[in-house]
Design a protein around this ligand. Structure first.
Ligand SMILES: Cc1cc2nc3c(=O)[nH]c(=O)nc-3n(C[C@H](O)[C@H](O)[C@H](O)COP(=O)(O)OP(=O)(O)OC[C@H]3O[C@@H](n4cnc5c(N)ncnc54)[C@H](O)[C@@H]3O)c2cc1C
Length: 398
């Protein structure tokens, strides 16, 4: 990959840098430095406003076509934006599932009406999207999903349950996978619906995570009527459409995490410099030094592996199964980094947000606990290993 920026890309980077410096609300940094403890409903409103502001500045949907409300730029600009946002510690956009997954899938499979109707409101954050794939008995083996959609005139009637549905409690629409032909082989009887979350019969119940936040939910469908015009990509073609969404999820998950890892590592080194262990500064402890150095090496390797994936995108190719290596590197590296933050704090690691003695307002405790989900969300580590084994290395199916 050529890391040299063109004059246009340099100008873009400078514009982004200047815009972020002028527009990130001071309130965000103040709260973030004290542990980022913004009550959830307030945080969602804040992030909705923040995304709208970024959209108005032309900084959302960089790679989307202009007719869908995007900027028609390349993944290089997307990478520059991700890096600048990480370095500036900018708030993330709220509507991540729409921008990373639902939007690109609608652009690929939607009718003209669907392509005109949905993408612009995703970018401006007027309509938030969630992903209704996982069910109590279908996660890694997604094709076994049981939520049913039965045809009734020009509607489908949906019954069943989803779980772990991130953002469902604030979402306007869901990417819903439901079984429309129970007689067909399991991959062939599934349809992809664009479900209005305000439809009668949809019940959302938030689930509280280890961190104390309630980011995801159970969603129940009780005779929910969905117009047939809300099908994306054809009846019983949901597996193919759904996989396209997952491919974009892999891409979105991989994007910008290299710079987030670097920012987290810099913060960790600062923490080590500010902490005494056994009477000496933690950076003078040989065991801590070794672990920090290994994380630095891994972060560099991760950066160049990410660059290889981006080169592929710039050549117009789609991310292949080897993208799973990026997810693995992120998960293993990030979880190890968070564990080291706990080790450096020693007994203080037991104090979290709310304790006046908590180190840096308990931020590390929150990110440590949140990082446990990294090896589950977006496909578990075992599933990524299976993908690498079977589809990259050509090993026999387990
Ligand atoms: C923070 C977070 C957010 C999420 N958000 C969403 C969302 O918005 N929408 C959504 O639909 N889902 C979401 N999920 C769900 C996520 O996609 C699933 O949890 C994940 O796919 C695993 O499915 P499962 O929980 O049913 O575990 P299972 O599939 O039951 O797996 C249990 C264990 O068995 C292992 N295992 C399973 N099959 C194999 C195999 N073939 N070989 C080896 N090991 C195997 C797994 O690795 C795991 O360790 C989210 C999850 C998390 C943690």
């Amino acid at each position: 990959m050529d890391f040299t920026l063109t004059p246009e890309q340099t100008a873009f980077r400078n514009r982004v840098r200047g815009w972020l410096a002028a527009n990130i609300p001071a309130e965000w940094h103040e709260r973030h430095n004290k542990g980022g403890d913004i009550p959830r409903p307030e945080a969602y409103e804040f992030l909705r406003g923040w995304q709208r502001k970024m959209y108005d500045a032309g900084l959302v949907g960089l790679t989307w076509p202009k007719e869908a409300g995007g900027q028609g730029l390349t993944f290089m600009e997307e990478l520059i934006l991700a890096e600048e946002m990480a370095v500036a510690k900018a708030p993330s956009v709220l509507n991540v599932l729409a921008i990373g997954m639902a939007g690109p899938t609608i652009i690929a499979y939607g009718t003209d009406e669907q392509k005109r109707r949905y993408p612009p409101k995703m970018l401006s954050c007027e309509e938030i999207w969630c992903q209704g794939y996982s069910e109590p008995n279908s996660g890694s083996d997604l094709a076994s999903l049981q939520t049913r959609a039965v045809k009734d005139g020009d509607h489908y009637v949906v019954n069943g349950q989803k779980v772990w549905t991130s953002l469902a409690h604030v979402a306007d629409y869901m990417m819903l996978l439901a079984r429309t032909d129970p007689e067909a082989p399991k991959h062939k009887g599934i349809t992809y619906f664009l479900l209005d979350m305000k439809s009668p019969g949809v019940t959302v119940k938030p689930l509280t995570q280890l961190t104390g936040d309630a980011e995801f939910n159970e969603v129940y469908f009780d005779n929910v009527r969905v117009p047939a015009s809300q099908i994306l990509g054809g009846v019983n073609n949901g597996w193919q459409v759904g996989l396209t969404t997952l491919m974009y999820e892999r891409l979105a998950l991989g994007f910008g995490v290299q710079s987030r890892m670097r920012v987290a590592l810099d913060a960790l080194v600062e923490l080590a410099r500010a902490t005494k262990k056994n009477g000496v500064v933690a950076t003078q402890d040989p065991s801590i030094r070794q672990k920090l150095a290994q994380l630095w090496i891994d972060t560099e390797v991760f950066k160049y592996t990410g660059a290889r994936a981006i080169t592929k995108l710039l050549k117009g190719e789609l991310p292949g199964p080897e993208a799973s290596t990026g997810k693995m590197m992120w998960v293993e590296g990030h979880q190890r980094l968070q564990e080291l933050a706990m080790e450096i704090q020693g007994p203080f690691a037991q104090l979290s947000r709310g304790s006046e003695w908590a180190v840096q307002g308990g931020q590390w405790q929150h990110t440590f606990l949140r990082s446990r989900a990294n090896s589950i969300e977006g496909g578990t580590t075992e599933i990524q290993r299976n993908i690498i084994g079977e589809r990259v290395l050509g090993l026999p199916k387990g």
